[in-house]
Write a protein that binds this ligand. Structure first.
Ligand SMILES: [Zn+2]
Length: 101
């Protein structure tokens, strides 16, 4: 069971939240220059790394706000969103569990 820290409400049980899926990369500025395959990948393919993944979560049974956190897809360790592209980053073993700055 995950303990997820809402930036507004603090640490709460996972059952209060709904996962909105991976954070999508920014829309390509020159989309017309992409190949059809690259465009389809951007539209349809979701990141699925072995490692850290930025995800959107909705505190559905709490404040009702959306926020982004990072979850390790193997260990399910969670940490605050760093704002960096973390897809596939290996787990450090020193990450914070269910904490927020
Ligand atoms: Zn909340």
């Amino acid at each position: 069971m995950l303990i997820i820290t809402c930036p507004w409400c603090g640490a709460r049980d996972e059952s209060e939240f709904i996962c909105g899926g991976p954070e999508k990369p920014p829309r390509p500025e020159n989309a017309s220059d992409l190949s059809d395959g690259d465009w389809i990948d951007y539209l349809i393919v979701s990141p699925n790394p072995t490692g850290w993944l930025a995800e959107k979560w909705w505190h559905a049974n709490g404040c009702g706000r959306w926020f982004t956190l990072e979850r390790h897809t193997v260990t399910h360790e969670v940490r605050p969103f760093s704002g960096d592209d973390v897809s596939g980053e290996a787990v450090s073993g020193e990450g914070k569990h269910a904490s927020h700055p």
